[in-house]
Write a protein that binds this ligand. Sequence first.
Ligand code: DP6
Length: 334
Amino acid sequence: MKKIETVKQILGEQWQAAPQHTQGEAFAPSNIALCKYWGKRDQELNLPVTPSLSISLGAKGATAKLVITDADRDSITLNGKPLAADSPFAQRLIHFLDLYRAHLQPKFDITLTSNIPIAAGLASSAAGFASVTKALDQVMGWQLPAEKLAVLARLGSGSATRSLWQGFVEWHAGERADGLDSRGAPITQTWQDLCVGLLILNKKEKSISSREAMQRTVETSALYATWPAKVTEDLANIKAAINKKDFTLLGETAESNAIAMHATMRHANPPVNYSLESTNSAIQKIWDLRNKGLEVYFTQDAGPNIKLLFLQNEINAITTHFSQATVLQPFLTA
Ligand code: DP6
């Protein structure tokens, strides 16, 4: 099935309607998966093999502004700089927008502003596609509920389906071939004193996209066979941890899930390794500090950066040991 079929099903008659406004602007938070999405059952539709669960980052994320233009092509400005139309991210964005304008729909001046580094494993493509989807909803005047926008955002980038909400979000893998049941859904529980520390070790673009790396893992890593069962167990533990406010269970599970994901990709052929020496040293430091009684855990996505997980009462200790960390309190800033 093609992406455009999903779009037509979600939008119905609105798919062919003319834009209602000349511009739209929206923010979407970045999200960090505590139980990761790694591997697709459908590459075209970004349908995952397993469910996943994330926490959104409050005011950290992306703002998208779409302005209808008379020009014959889209223009994209990313963090104040024009983005070449043939760059991979621009191509993905333009193809995504094309899904909504098969019938003489307009070209856009797109301004994307992200307040976290792009494409360095801080899930900024998730916030990017979620914010563009919300901004499109405004220009076009669809007034779709977040549940439907989450299905559309998934077509841009899988993890974007979790960036339609603040707080904890579960992406239900779904079973349908058309993917209409595969989308993010908010979890009502909050956790006021939960903190995330962003340890930005390298701002460069990643060497291999998560898209390519996860596909290579599915196709060539024998360890990938163990991944679905690992997710089932971890997801249950993370939900239980959120229910009981059991931080040890949350931290241990999220860290173990990230380590398992990176193990599956290291076993791919050719191997995928997103860690730098600075990543490994930070991880060792976290383990050493934990052995000394500081309750801090980490998670890592498709890049070298580390996200620390800890509780509010440890903020001082964390900033003492990791002076470059940006401390976020997702439930206070949301
Ligand atoms: C490691 O959502 O960027 O961050 O669907 O191909 O766009 P595509 O992949 P993407 O993958 C994110 C992978 C991850 C884990 C996660 O966020 O769950």
